[in-house]
Design a protein around this ligand. Structure first.
Ligand code: G6P
Length: 372
C-alpha cells in the first residue's frame, strides 16, 4: 500500500533512499575504539587464525556483493578467497575441509540453492558463516556463525539496500579477520573503519546531488535496447550488478565486463551510439587502475560509444572522452565501488519507470527463490 511505501512511488525507490541507513545500521554498535567489535564473532579467533581458504557462496546480487568482498578479504585478511554461485559450487566436487571457511550471503536467508550449498559444505567439514538480512532465517540457523546485515526489510524483488549492507558486513569481517591474523595494524584497521563510517554520508550525497539528473537521463534513454557496463578491480562486480539490475527490472539486454577484457571480445560490440557505463577508479588513490580505465574509455569513445562515466569528483581526465559524467565523492579504492553502485541502482529504476514497468514486481522473478 501507499502507506507502507512511506510516500515513495515504489518500494524500490524507498529502499534505494535507505541505502545510507542500511550501511549505517549494519555498522552501528560494531565498532569500538577503532576496532571491529561484533559479539557474534567472539570465540572464533582460532578459526580465523587457522583458516586456509574462504569460499563465498551466494546467488544473484548477493554473489556480486561477495565478489566485492573478495577484494577486501584478500587485501586485508590475506586469505585466498573464491566466490562461487551456490548452485555451481554444490554440484561439482569442491575441495573443502575443516580449514575452509564458507561464507554464505543471502538477503532472505531462504534461497534454496544457497541453503543446500551451506548444508553440503558443513557435511564436508567446512566451517560456515552466514551474512543474512533476515533474523532467524533458515540459512543462518544452519550455519556455525552469523553476521546479520541491518538493512531492514527489503520488499522490491531487485535487491538494492541489502547489497550495500552485505558489502559493509563483508568489510567488517575482512577487517576483523585481518586484525586477528595480525595482517593489519590497529592503526590501519582504525583508518579503514573511519572510511567505512563515512560511506553513509557519501551515499546520501549522491542521492541528494545526482539522483534527479540520473533519472532524467534514464528517461531520455527509455528506448535503448542494450547497455554495457565496464569496471575493473572491485568496480568489476559493480559493473555486473549494474547490468543485472537493468535486466531484472527494465528487461533491457545488459552485460557487465571487466574493462581489461574489452580487447579480448566485448569491444566488437561497440558501434556508434552504444551506451556504455564505465566505473572509473579514483585517480588519487588508484592512479594505475585509473589510467588503465581512462585508456579503455578512449578506445570505446573512439569507436563512437556513448560513454557514461561514474567518476570521482574532480576527475577531469574523463571529461573529454565521456558523454555524461556521474560524480561520486572521494573514497579509498575499496570504498569507491559501494558508492558507484548507487547511480546504477537509480539508473535501472529510472529506466524501468520511464518504460512504465512495475519496478517492485518484475516479470518472472521472485524475491526469494525457495526451490532449487
Ligand atoms: C532472487 C532475487 C535477487 C536476489 C537473489 C538472491 O533471484 O530476485 O534479487 O539477489 O534471489 O537472494 P538472497 O535472498 O539469497 O540474497
Amino acid at each position: 500500500s501507499a502507506a507502507e511505501k512511506g510516500g515513495w512511488s515504489s518500494f524500490m525507490a524507498k529502499e534505494v533512499s535507505e541505502e545510507p541507513e542500511a550501511v549505517a545500521n549494519t555498522l552501528r554498535g560494531r565498532i569500538r575504539d577503532g576496532a571491529v567489535a561484533i559479539p557474534e564473532l567472539d570465540g572464533l579467533d582460532d578459526l580465523f587464525r587457522g583458516v586456509q581458504r574462504i569460499i563465498v557462496i551466494a546467488a544473484g546480487t548477493a554473489a556480486y556483493a561477495g565478489m566485492v568482498g573478495k577484494y577486501a578479504l584478500e587485501q586485508w585478511a590475506r586469505v585466498p578467497v573464491d566466490v562461487e554461485l551456490a548452485h555451481e559450487f554444490h554440484y561439482r566436487d569442491p575441495v573443502i575441509g575443516p580449514d575452509t571457511l564458507v561464507v554464505s550471503i543471502s538477503q532472505s536467508g531462504e534461497t534454496m540453492d544457497t541453503l543446500m550449498a551451506v548444508k553440503f559444505a558443513r557435511e564436508r567439514g567446512a566451517k560456515t558463516l552466514s551474512i543474512c538480512n533476515t533474523q532467524g532465517a533458515t540459512i543462518p540457523r544452519e550455519s556455525d556463525a552469523i553476521v546479520y546485515t541491518h538493512a531492514g526489510p527489503e520488499v522490491a524483488v531487485a535487491s538494492t539496500k541489502a547489497f550495500v549492507a552485505q558489502i559493509t558486513a563483508l568489510y567488517l569481517l575482512a577487517l576483523h579477520i585481518g586484525a586477528v591474523r595480525g595482517e593489519l595494524s590497529p592503526t590501519e584497521v582504525a583508518h579503514q573503519l573511519l572510511e567505512l563510517e563515512a560511506v553513509p554520508e557519501k551515499i546520501q550525497h549522491i542521492l541528494d546531488h545526482e539522483q534527479e539528473r540520473i533519472e532524467q537521463f534514464a528517461h531520455w534513454m527509455a528506448d535503448t535496447r542494450s547497455v554495457l557496463f565496464l569496471g575493473r578491480h572491485a568496480g568489476y562486480p559493480i559493473a555486473l550488478e549494474g547490468a543485472l539490475k537493468l535486466k531484472e527490472i527494465s528487461y533491457i539486454h545488459a552485460e557487465g565486463f571487466a574493462a581489461g577484457e574489452l580487447k579480448h571480445g566485448p569491444i566488437a560490440l561497440i558501434e556508434p551510439g552504444q551506451p556504455v557505463f564505465v566505473i572509473v577508479p579514483s585517480p588519487r588513490e588508484a592512479p594505475v587502475l585509473h589510467s588503465k580505465v581512462v585508456s579503455n574509455i578512449r578506445e570505446i569513445h573512439a569507436r563512437g560509444a556513448r560513454v557514461i562515466a561514474i567518476a570521482e569528483e574532480g576527475d577531469a581526465a574523463v571529461l573529454p572522452i565521456s558523454d555524461e559524467v556521474l560524480r561520486i565523492p572521494l573514497a579509498d579504492p575499496l570504498f569507491g565501488p559501494i558508492l558507484a553502485v548507487v547511480p546504477l541502482h537509480i539508473f535501472a529504476m529510472g529506466l524501468a519507470t520511464a518504460k512504465g514497468l512495475d519496478v517492485d514486481q518484475p516479470r518472472n522473478l521472485a524475491k526469494s527463490v525457495t526451490v532449487e
